[in-house]
Write a protein that binds this ligand. Sequence first.
Ligand code: NDP
Length: 485
Amino acid sequence: MPYDPQPQASHFVNGAYVEDTAGTPFDVIYPATDEVIATLHEATSAIIEQAISSAKAAQKAWGAMSGTERGRILRRAADIIRERNHDLSVLETKDTGKPYSETFYVDATSGADALEYFGGLAGSLTGEHIQLGDDWVYTRREPLGLCVGIGAWNYPTQIACWKGAPALACGNAMVFKPSETTPLSALKVAEILHEAGLPAGLYNVIQGAGTVGAALVSDARVDKVSLTGSVPTGRKVYAAAAADIKHVTMELGGKSPLIIFDDADLENAVGGAILANFYSSGQVCSNGTRVFVQKGIKEAFLKRLAERLETAVIGDPLDEATNFGPMVSRRQMEIVQGYIAKGQEEGARLVTGGERLDGDGFYLQPTVFADVSDDMTIAREEIFGPVMAVLDFETEEEVVARANETEFGLSAGVFTRDLSRGHRVIGQMEAGSCFINSYNDAPVEAPFGGSKLSGVGRENSKAAIEHYSQLKSVYVRMGNVEAPF
Ligand code: NDP
């Protein structure tokens, strides 16, 4: 049968596509044109039950396999993803509106990186031996059991793999619920994993809005929940998981600072600020949306930024020349428009952008506000769109204090030619994922995650293993037992 680039049904459960038309139908919209590209059905309680019970049944044998055998399947899936990168990237572009010039390089490929990395690591997961005189303790690194993954809409393939790869490498099963806004790509991830040899039931994808996510999180058979989403959803999911003391990973929102000192290389600083605000039309959790620019470089920075933004190619996301696409949905576009209006009302200076483009797509111009003060709404709340707030500063001490003056703590960046200052400033940032003379790099080898309200736990790197496995320690007595009576 020829390979079909489209998902075959709403859900992927127990190794196969399944449909249950009793579930409420919902449309998938192509954000560039507002056209319906697919209609899926939310998971019914029957589908939720099938997903959980098949995952539960499959996990024991999977957890008992050697890590090397598990890893081989994950690495095979990574190879298939790379072979099909074009088709998967087109699907991701249709699902999210992100330009193909991004999805081809970042989305499926970073999912493949995660499968390859954790596939490689799987065979090396071990416990340790602790000698205590003649007695000794050994530890076993064991799976948690059944993990639930819940995804946001900005990086659907990547999130499906960033959660699935370490979970499976450690011997767990996963039930994954993508965002209802972007439900398609995770189905292809499930299909490819099973094509690569993953036994049925170990990676199930079911659709639905928050209610389906909530049903999964509150099921007592679930051992761990990993959410990528907003802080309000994180609070709800964390609280629901607490009822059964489930393990959690929370990758939540941010309002991260990017600090540009006078001595920074101007072109690099402008490039960093562009990557920190306009990639994926600004729909990136780690974005550096509070851009603190030291007074001496401010006007040169704003001038060069405006010039470079003029060269953005905004248009058909499937055209390879396009490098700036629409917002993911009408709703998200309207939220961002509300923030742009608020910025103007509160007295920020609009340097460039601010308008919706004509047509049916959900396009907003890349937007820059200058003369932003710390108390303005656009400097405090996560916008999740292409809106940069530029704030002035004078001294290092001042900017460190102001940069940390936020409830979030996902990321922080600094541009300076003074490397001692770069390390000193980053050392004081209350944030999990930081950058010096760069922004938004997220290689699978590096831990990713936030502090403060931005989350708990880390994805990627060896650190993720700690969040998808648990240690059993076994004391072995070699001599007689001495009891008091
Ligand atoms: P939401 O928090 O709205 O949703 C995240 C996911 O949770 C969706 O799948 C959603 O379902 C589901 N959900 C909603 N309510 C519940 C509930 N009560 N129980 C269980 N699941 C629920 O986030 P968005 O999808 O709008 O994504 C944007 C947010 O994600 C931003 O705040 C952003 O910062 C954050 N994010 C964080 C990242 C990180 O790694 N730190 C990376 C990317 C994004 P549905 O949407 O289908 O209703």
